[in-house]
Design a protein around this ligand. Structure first.
Ligand code: CMC
Length: 428
């Protein structure tokens, strides 16, 4: 029997056979269901896209009930153990793990693009001393499009590939300059002899020493965090990247929009919000009272819950292990005990259990970032650096997808019917 859905319209008695493919029906197939000649056809109403697939994708798979996350089929746990961020970025973009020569070329190509044009440096100097680094980051990424007019040629494969490399290479430089700007410290140029995370740490933290040497444990922890944050299928910022990119905007402008979506506290800004929450709670003894307030609806337990995961976020599990290694070097973050107590109580409490609210990737990542010396304002920026690979992989996949057109949702209009204009003097 064919895989179809039979719909009976009770108003007309008509029956419709709608094909089911990959567990989905095409919303456009519902258009044939109409009651009058001028009827537009049936739409679906789905605020926040809770049950609408916007694309077919081969990049990232999530099983939210089982807590599974795969990049191009590879389990996140294996990538976090064996891969590097740069190798994972290649995997996300090109579908396969690189061979040794491919990885060497890729690493070299990224290193070639780490520098920022001096006029971008000057632009960044113009920001207010206390500007939020995420605002600086997303503004500067957008401004980069002024330097690379070839980025507009989105149908030109070569231009697309070079701009993908530029973006992956330059986001750590922008992030580091945003940080140095807020500290009033001179910008540090990239050192391409260092690894991707090693160079980033150099641009952030080098002072007077001629060559910066990062702690290998912290460098690896940062790389693991980058792997974990590199992609997460159709989340809010990726949907923004695809949505903006669908109008054929250049990748810098699209990525600035994606970064803006990431900035919000319900998305990439959650790691910053978690730290502020833990500080506000202040001590383990205040945890039960805080949980009671959350249950009364007076705020959320930040770093908990997810639209897709209805079990423990696999990234949070890996981050918890990474935290142990980091704290051995930096000393234990005193807020960790509050976080552990929050998790313990929440995982036993019916409010959280019945709603399937578990720690997500942001619950523990901020504790690591803080122990490594990052101010909380930098946390969303640290999310945006690796997510750049995911945004670009999704953008590139969209451009190659013959099913895609400019993103343009419909609406259910519930406003006023036609009425005549009233001159201002006659309005009541
Ligand atoms: N604390 C307390 N209650 C919560 C929370 C929370 N963190 N998250 C969801 N709920 C409750 C919510 O009040 C609702 O209860 P009820 O059914 O009684 O109204 C129920 O759980 C379902 O919540 P929802 O808001 O309908 O779920 P959603 O899928 O729209 O939201 C979410 C997902 C991540 C925005 C939400 O869980 C949240 O606000 N979490 C805190 C912010 C956070 O940690 N965000 C990072 C997400 S992971 C990183 C990323 O991908 O950006």
């Amino acid at each position: 029997m064919a895989d179809t859905l039979t719909i009976t319209d009770n108003r007309t008695g008509k029956q419709y056979e709608i094909p089911i493919e990959h567990g989905a029906i095409r919303a456009m197939d519902l258009r044939q269901i109409r009651t009058a000649a001028d009827d537009f056809g049936l739409m679906t109403y789905d605020p926040a896209f809770q049950n609408t697939a916007n694309c077919k994708s081969r990049i990232t798979f999530i099983d939210g009930d089982k807590g599974v996350l795969l990049y191009r089929g590879y389990p996140i746990e294996q990538l976090a153990e064996h891969s590097t961020y740069l190798e994972t970025a290649y995997l996300l973009l090109y579908g396969e793990l690189p061979t040794a020569p491919q990885l060497q070329t890729w690493t070299k190509e990224i290193a070639q693009h780490t520098m920022l044009h001096e006029n971008i440096k000057k632009l960044m100097e113009g920001f207010q001393y206390d500007a939020h680094p995420m605002s600086i980051f997303l503004s500067t990424v957008g401004a980069l499009s002024t330097n690379y007019p070839d980025a507009k040629k989105i149908a030109d494969e070569q231009a697309r590939q070079v701009n993908i490399r530029r973006l992956i290479a330059k986001v750590p430089s922008i992030a580091a300059y945003a940080y140095r700007h807020s500290m009033g410290r001179p910008y540090i140029y990239p050192d391409n002899a260092l690894s991707f995370p090693g160079n980033f740490l150099n641009m952030l933290f080098r002072m007077t020493e001629p060559v910066y040497q990062s702690n290998p444990v912290l460098e690896r922890a940062l790389d693991v965090l980058f792997i974990l944050h590199a992609d997460h299928e159709q989340n809010c910022s990726t949907a923004a990247m695809r949505g903006i990119g669908s109008s054929q905007a250049d990748p810098y402008s699209s990525l600035a929009g994606a970064a803006a979506a990431l900035y919000g506290p319900l998305h990439g800004g959650a790691n910053e919000a978690v730290l502020r929450m833990l500080k506000e709670i202040g001590s383990i003894s205040h945890v039960p009272d805080f949980i009671t307030r959350v249950k009364r609806g007076e705020g959320r337990l930040m770093g908990f819950g997810h639209r897709v995961y209805k079990s423990y976020d696999p990234r949070a599990r890996i981050i918890k292990q990474t935290a142990d290694a980091v704290f051995e070097v930096t000393g234990r973050n005193p807020l960790l005990d509050i976080a552990l107590e929050l998790e313990r109580i929440a995982l036993e409490d019916d409010y959280f259990v019945s709603r399937k609210l578990y720690p997500n990737v942001d619950f523990y990542s901020g504790l690591i970032y803080q122990a490594m010396g990052f101010p909380v304002e930098m946390f969303p920026v640290l999310f945006a650096i690796p997510r750049t690979a995911g945004w670009l992989a999704q953008w590139d996949e969209m451009l190659r997808d013959a099913d895609q057109k400019i993103a343009r949702p419909r609406q259910v209009y519930i406003g006023s019917g036609p009425r005549d204009f009233v001159p201002v003097g006659q309005r009541k």
